[in-house]
Design a protein around this ligand. Structure first.
Ligand code: ATP
Ligand code: MG
Length: 485
C-alpha cells in the first residue's frame, strides 16, 4: 500500500525552504514529533517544529538560515548535535537522525548516526514517532512504521519498542507517558502502564529539572487529576511528592473516620483548574492540605483534628520547592501564603462575618485575597448538594463583604498612614521601640475599626497613643496643634 500524503500539513512556506535547503545539501529531511501529532489531532497551530536530517542537522540548520530573509541566528548545541532557529513565532529544531543504545549502568546513551526508522524507534511514543517527508518528490508523505496513526485515532499511548526497554533507557518517558495521557486524554496501554510500575524506581536517575518540566505540564492541563492519579497508581508520585501520598488513606477510631485527603486534594485541583490558569494557584490547591499528615491526631472528645495544618503545611512549601527545583521567588512566597491562609475564609463564614475579621483577612492576603476565595470555593468537595449550596453561599457572602470593606477602608495595599519619621518628629524621638509600638497600635486600630483608614484620624490617634506611652510632644508638634485650633 502506498503511504498517504498530507501536503496540507506542510502548507507553511517554511517547509518549502527546509525542503530546498536539504536538496541543495543532498540530504533527506523529515518533520517529526509533536508537530505531526498535533496536526492530526487538530490541536491548533504548533509553534515548535522538529526536523530530522539524514546527515548533519546542524549543517541543514545553517543552510535554512541562509535561505531565509534576514538570515536568522542559528543556535548550535554541539554536544547534542542539534541546532535551533527562531523564525517569526516558529521555533525550528534540527537534529541528525540517530540510533541510540543504552547500557544499564549509564544514563548516557551511545549515539551513532542512524536511518530515519532507527531515529523513529528511539522516540518515546508511537504518536510522537510519525514523520512527514520533506523531499520534493515525496513531499508530505507520512512515514509511520509503528502505526502511530492508529494509536492516535484510538487515543492510545504506546511505545515503539518493548515498553520495558523504552522506559528503562530514559525513565523520564514514564512521566511523559502520563503527561501526554493527561494533556490529550489518552489511555496508556496496560502493558505500558505495567512497565512503568516495574521501572518506577529508575526515576531516581532522572534530573529534577526534567521531571518538574513534565509535572508543570500536568498541572497546566485541563484536568490535572488524571496525571496525578496515574503518578500515584504507578508509584511514581511517592518519589516526586511524598508529602501528597502521605495524605492518602482513611483511618477509623471509635467509629469516627476522616476523609481521604489525597483524593480530596485531587478534586480540589480539578475544581480550581476550571476557574483559573494561574499555575501557582493550582499548586497552592495541590499543597493546601499537606500539613494534614504531620498534624493528624485523634482526640477522644472532638474526634479527628489537624490542628495548625495550614501553618505546618505552609512551612513545608519552601523545602518542597527547593527539592523539586521549583522557583524560590515570589511564586513560592505566593503558594506559601495561600496555603497558610487557606482556612481563614472558612472560619470567617462559619458565623456572622464581622468587618474587622474581613479587614484582617484583606490585610493578610493583600492582592491575593480573591485567589484565596477561589481556592476556598474549589475546596468544597462535599457530595451533599444542600451543604454545597450553603458553603458556596457563605463564601459569596464573604466575597461581598470583602468588596464593601475594601471600597471603604482600602486595606488591600495597606500603607501605614503615619510614617515613622512623623512619629519621631512629633515626639522628638530617636529611632526606638516606641515608634514600632505606635505604628502597630495605629494598624490595629484601623483593622479593629476603631478609626477609619485615613491620615487625619491616624494622626490624632498617634498623638493619643504617644501620650499614653508617656511621651512628650515636641515644640513643633505643639505649635502645629495650636495652629489647628
Ligand atoms: P510538546 O507539545 O509538549 O512540545 P512534543 O512531542 O513536541 O510535545 P518535545 O519534548 O518537544 O515534545 O519533544 C519533541 C519530540 O522529541 C517528541 O515528539 C518525541 O518524538 C521526541 N522526544 C522528546 N523527548 C523524548 C524522550 N525523552 N525520549 C524519546 N523521545 C523523546
Ligand atoms: Mg515540542
Amino acid at each position: 500500500m502506498e503511504n498517504p500524503r498530507y501536503e496540507k500539513a506542510l502548507s507553511d512556506p517554511i517547509f518549502e525552504v527546509i525542503s530546498s535547503a536539504a536538496s541543495q545539501l543532498g540530504l533527506e529531511a523529515y518533520v517529526v514529533g509533536g508537530f505531526v501529532r498535533d496536526y492530526f489531532l487538530e490541536r491548533g497551530e504548533q509553534k515548535d517544529i522538529d526536523v530530522v536530517a539524514i546527515g548533519s542537522g546542524i549543517d541543514l540548520a545553517k543552510k535554512v538560515s541562509q535561505l531565509l530573509p534576514g538570515k536568522p541566528k542559528v543556535n548550535v548545541f554541539k554536544n547534542f548535535g542539534t541546532a535551533m532557529i527562531r523564525q517569526g513565532n516558529l521555533q525550528l529544531e534540527f537534529v541528525g537522525a540517530r540510533k541510540e543504545s543504552y547500557r544499564k549502568d549509564s544514563r548516557k546513551p551511545i549515539v551513532e548516526d542512524g536511518t530515519l526508522e532507527e531515529d523513529q524507534q528511539r522516540r518515546d511514543f508511537t504518536i510522537n514517532a510519525m514523520a512527514l517527508d520533506l523531499r520534493p518528490d515525496t513531499f508530505g508523505t507520512l512515514l509511520d512504521p509503528f502505526e502511530g496513526m492508529a494509536d492516535l485515532n484510538q487515543g492510545l499511548i504506546r511505545t515503539p519498542l518493548e515498553p520495558g526497554i523504552t522506559y528503562s533507557d530514559d525513565p523520564l518517558r514514564m512521566i511523559r507517558a502520563i503527561r501526554f495521557a493527561t494533556q490529550l486524554n489518552f489511555q496508556i496501554i496496560p502493558e505500558s502502564l505495567q512497565a512503568i510500575e516495574e521501572n518506577r524506581d529508575r526515576i531516581r536517575i532522572v534530573s529534577r529539572e526534567r521531571i518538574v518540566d513534565e509535572l508543570q505540564k500536568i498541572m497546566a492541563a485541563k484536568q490535572p487529576s488524571v496525571g496525578l492519579a496515574l503518578l500515584h497508581k504507578t508509584g511514581l508520585l511517592e518519589y516526586i511528592l511524598p508529602e501528597l501520598t502521605a495524605l492518602q488513606g482513611i483511618e477509623e477510631i471509635e467509629g469516627q473516620r476522616h476523609k481521604d485527603n489525597f483524593w480530596h486534594t485531587l478534586e480540589v485541583v480539578d475544581n480550581i483548574s476550571k476557574k483559573t490558569d494561574n499555575l501557582w494557584l493550582r499548586w497552592a490547591a495541590l499543597l493546601h492540605d499537606i500539613g494534614k499528615a504531620p498534624t493528624k491526631r485523634f482526640d477522644k472528645n472532638i474526634g479527628w483534628t489537624f490542628h495548625g495544618h495550614e501553618f505546618v503545611g505552609s512551612k513545608m512549601v519552601y523545602p518542597l520547592f527547593k527539592r523539586l527545583r521549583l522557583p524560590l521567588n515570589e511564586h513560592m512566597k505566593y503558594v506559601k501564603k495561600v496555603v497558610r491562609l487557606s482556612s481563614r475564609p472558612v472560619s470567617l463564614s462559619d458565623d456572622h462575618v464581622t468587618d474587622s475579621a474581613v479587614r484582617r483577612l484583606i490585610f493578610d492576603a493583600g492582592a491575593d485575597v480573591e485567589d484565596l476565595m477561589t481556592l476556598c470555593e474549589a475546596d468544597i468537595t462535599t457530595k451533599n448538594p444542600r451543604k454545597q449550596r450553603r458553603y458556596l453561599k457563605n463564601f459569596q457572602e464573604v466575597r461581598k463583604k470583602i468588596k464593601e470593606v475594601e471600597a471603604r477602608d482600602r486595606i488591600r495595599n495597606f500603607q501605614p498612614p503615619v510614617s515613622g519619621e512623623t512619629i519621631m518628629k512629633t515626639f522628638d524621638l530617636k529611632p526606638s521601640r516606641e515608634i514600632g509600638l505606635i505604628k502597630e497600635a495605629i494598624k490595629e486600630a484601623i483593622l479593629e475599626g476603631e478609626i477609619p483608614n485615613k491620615q487625619e484620624d491616624a494622626h490624632r490617634y498617634m498623638i493619643h497613643k504617644g501620650l499614653e506611652l508617656g511621651l512628650k510632644l515636641s515644640n513643633e508638634a505643639l505649635k502645629n496643634l495650636s495652629e489647628d485650633d
